[in-house]
Design a protein around this ligand. Structure first.
Ligand SMILES: [Zn+2]
Length: 141
């Protein structure tokens, strides 16, 4: 048997350019000039926080570039208690419904489970992931 698993065999795994494979698309939202980049359907207005989407995922209509607000309401949140990649626990994650657009995943500025509807603002990025902080004055804990 070969010592290198998978070498020379067709595989569904896509290792990415970092380990010699083909580039893999990065589906994370992009923060640009104080807005979240994405697209919006020209027919049904459905928002997607990802650029390069070829058509609307709802109605297959054409899409146009869109910029979304960086503020929104917490849809769900959690504290991760295990290491993930380079991140060390505990760290907080939340899904945020942006005020004029889609739902995005953000890393919280502190590990906390937030009440549903808590107001967050995206403050920047950390290793390509969006980061956010609470802006409604409520306690995070
Ligand atoms: Zn559509």
């Amino acid at each position: 048997m070969s010592a290198e698993l998978g070498v020379g065999r067709a595989t569904k795994r896509r290792p990415g350019a970092a380990v010699g494979g083909l580039p893999v698309a990065d589906s994370r939202p992009v923060l640009d000039d104080g807005t979240v980049l994405g697209v919006r359907c020209t027919a049904c207005r459905y928002p997607v926080a990802q650029v390069g989407v070829p058509w609307c995922p709802v109605c297959y209509g054409s899409v146009e570039l869109a910029r979304f607000a960086t503020s929104g309401d917490v849809w769900s949140s959690t504290v991760v208690e295990i290491p993930v990649g380079d991140r060390r626990p505990p760290f907080g994650l939340a899904y945020v419904n942006l005020d004029d657009g889609p739902r995005v995943l953000v890393h919280l500025d502190e590990p906390a489970v937030l009440p549903l509807g808590a107001r967050l603002r995206i403050t920047g990025t950390d290793a390509g992931d969006l980061t956010a902080a609470r802006i409604d004055g409520g306690s995070s804990r």
